[in-house]
Design a protein around this ligand. Sequence first.
Ligand code: GTP
Ligand code: SPV
Ligand code: MN
Length: 614
Amino acid sequence: MVDVDSVLDKAGLSNPKVREYVKYWAGVTGAARVEVVSAADDDRLIQEALEAGELLPAGEGRYYSRSYHKDTARSEERTVVATNDPKDKGVYNNWKPASEMKPLLTERMRGASEGKTMYVVPYLMAPQGNALAPWATGVELTDARTVVLHMIRMARVGVEHLNDLQDPDSFVRAVHVTGDLENLGQGTDEDQRWFVTVADERTILHYGSSYGGNALLGKIAHGLRQGAYDGWASRKFLAEQYMLIGIHDKETGKDYHICGGFPSASGKTNLAMMLAPDALGDRYHVSFYGDDIAWLWVDEASGKLYGMNPEYGVFGVAKDTNEATNPTALSSVGEGTKVIFTNVAYNPKTQEVWWEGRTPEPPADLDGWLDWKGAAIADRTPEQANEPWAHPNSRFTTTLGNVPNIAKDYDEPAGVPIDAIIFGGRTRDREPLIRAINDLAEGVYDGLTLGAEATFAAEGKEGVLRYDPMSNRPFMAYGEGDYAQHYLNIVGAAKEQPIFAHVNWFQRDPEDGHFLWPGYRDNLRPLLWLLQLKNGEVKGRQTPVGILPTKEELNLEGVEISEGDLEKILTIDKARWQQEMGYRAEHLEQFPNMPEAIWEAHRRVSADLDAYEG
Ligand code: GTP
Ligand code: SPV
Ligand code: MN
């Protein structure tokens, strides 16, 4: 048995509740050693991971890791929100009784860290001193060193965040046990994995993975699921899968802040890292606050809606990241950034990494190149020739400080006032480039009926459209009707209302499949139009589903797009939308206590569509 007390004493971890918690789980998991971690331990842990072969060098100050080949994405089927109150059951939160899941997970974890080190990772999912910091403190226990290294990049990590809590018991208990990855039956009927948030006990128990949101418990499990539950239970805030950006207008000196939800792998990181297009760069600058999570609340002093990014780093999709699409991301993972790449292709001889879309063609000289599973590319059979080199959900992990367009005030406790909230998904038809919505209930209604094609970030079928309410479907913590009402309450309480909008960068030509809108940097253009609309500088064109820009209003200087494509992304296909309204009604009917305001919005849009002449 480890002498946990002496380890905690040495680390200066004095919070008595944290000490109790660490001792309990050290006992359950049977870990051979306990080690308390701070961000300052990063260099040493990197060295240890290199020596153990858990990390491989990928050039100067860059690292590479491979996860087990059946452990490459979040598993939504195995992810559960458990509470002691059946009323918390929603359609998407996979609710189960806490009384069933806690013992089950405890048994899975019993003795499962034998021979391993249990790392104690005290963290804060907020800028220090932020109004929501009381809900943002946690302690992850993990038996995987690479998980610790990811946590140090993705969260503020250190004992100082835990010692002086007003209520010493007010931290999230987040236990991660990897398990025997080769014998967990991933994706079979005998699947052993469970990823459980016991939300009303603020306890997270994840067993059976060492990848991404399954294992870095500050990020999705606390930052989204637990955060959302706490925000609702306290009636104080929202925790959303949102990016958060600032737009600075150098001509007027004004600053705007936009946050918004796109489902996984639908462009949040890319939007947050956006450089203004060349033609607009002299006037506008986009700054990065967050790319995956935002917590929103009404600031008591000003009465305005505020937002902040609880994270400290970026866990970004590698695929299609290149100099043209996202030069900012490439700088964020350059030499000396201490980035960790996971599941991309790797060349141990040259220490290079590569992924699909990094360059138009893969490296011509195959010498040394290994695919994401570690198999030599040169040894591929003709049948294997078309398999990707990198996993489609391969990622890079880097701290916010490495992001060239990081906002100057990203670490300030205040957060930023929110001017606009946007929703968008990968939708190949129907959804125009942008449609603005000036009414809170219609905005929330729009978010609740957000649809997107399934992505690689979660296990599931590719290319199938599914509804993803508020881009939060995999992270819903409580009932959707309660969620909608809470959202209406929080945003509705703000003195100045944000403008809502639905955006779509992914509409395709039905014939040849090309994207109708160039996307990436050019996405700034519809956002500028949205801000102008809010300021009353443009009028747009009212349609039943919102206000669309006219061609003339959209700044298209330097954009390459055909007249036909432009026409298409700025119009509404009435028949297709009417069909959609039927699907939406079916979708909303699943949720028993959806607020009447949402149904009213639905009926209003439906009736307007029926009357619409185009
Ligand atoms: P998660 O981290 O999973 O939540 O994803 P995300 O929403 O941050 O998505 P990300 O920005 O990483 O983009 C996912 C994929 O979409 C990447 O392969 C991008 O290259 C691609 N993508 C992003 N923006 C655009 C765009 O405007 N147009 C097109 N065609 N592709 C885009
Ligand atoms: C997502 O899937 O939306 C992510 C990646 O942000 S993970 O942290 O693995 O959930
Ligand atoms: Mn995400």
